[in-house]
Design a protein around this ligand. Structure first.
Ligand code: ADP
Ligand code: MG
Length: 247
């Protein structure tokens, strides 16, 4: 499998806090990669570094073999690398379909286009993807009226609107009840196998990600602590210690 994302020795400081220290990580084309680690270990910061939210120190970040280190979020998104956020970012007073259309336009970086009506092709694409996540019946409802779990599904569908090659998902299952988690994970898997989207998923709950990811990277205190197949990482004493707060 070819390497899609290649993070090389990236360091990110916030004032005196070293949130990521010489982090290297690769994501291969077609896989579901997991990123785990205790709270505050630097997972979300790494997503910000990769997706162009902030400048970083270190050697480089390559996407499809090209450096994206000095690019901002919009051009990175146009190349096919998108992220979602730990806190859902949807417009409560707009319908699901309108949120989908806005997501597509934001990634294109044109705020003026927000003022234009939704074109029929966009509307149809939004309907297909809302169907994919099981929200077709809700397409005309205000996003604010959805349950939290449904909002997470909407956010996932919004990201898919832009046909990402690589999607970074920040704790997609956080706050969702266990019955909906299974449905969400199933959609992630289908996006991977049916739509060909490579995924890098942050998951705090080890049990949720272990059976689903092809490879796992574990961060602790901003550094890569362990990397490998799920069964290796799960057995790694350093990983267990980090989760128990010993490391
Ligand atoms: P995680 O997602 O693994 O819980 P984060 O990447 O959010 O961890 O945070 C890593 C560290 O960086 C923490 O110590 C956090 O307090 C700090 N940090 C994250 N974002 C900022 C910021 N914008 N300003 C200052 N410190 C930050
Ligand atoms: Mg986080």
């Amino acid at each position: 499998m070819s390497v899609l994302l290649d993070v090389q020795n990236v360091t990110k400081r916030f004032g005196g806090v070293v949130a990521n220290e010489r982090v290297s990580l690769t994501v291969r084309q077609g896989e579901i990669a997991g990123l785990i680690g205790p709270n505050g270990s630097g997972k979300t910061t790494l997503f910000g570094s990769v997706s162009g939210a902030h400048a970083v120190d270190g050697s480089d970040i390559l996407f499809k073999g090209h450096s994206i280190r000095h690019l901002r979020s919009a051009p990175i998104a146009r190349r096919g690398l998108l992220r979602t956020y730990q806190q859902t970012r949807i417009y409560d007073d707009m319908t699901c379909t309108e949120n989908m259309a806005i997501s597509a336009r934001e990634a294109q970086g044109s705020l003026l286009s927000l003022l234009r009506p939704v074109p029929p092709a966009t509307n149809a694409h939004a309907g297909d993807l809302l169907g994919f996540v099981g929200l077709y019946e809700k397409r005309g409802d205000k996003a604010g009226s959805l349950s939290f779990g449904q909002q997470k599904l909407l956010e996932f569908a919004m990201a898919l609107m832009n046909e990402p090659k690589l999607l970074l998902l920040d704790e997609p299952t956080a706050g969702i009840n266990p019955t909906l988690i299974t449905g969400l994970i199933d959609r992630l898997r289908r996006a991977n196998t049916e739509l060909g989207v490579t995924l890098l998923v942050i998951e705090h709950n080890m049990r949720v990600i272990m059976n689903r990811a092809h490879r796992i990277t574990c961060l602790a205190h901003g550094r890569v602590l362990a990397e490998g197949a799920p069964e290796e990482v799960r057995e790694d004493k350093r990983v267990l210690d980090a989760y128990l707060g010993v490391a």
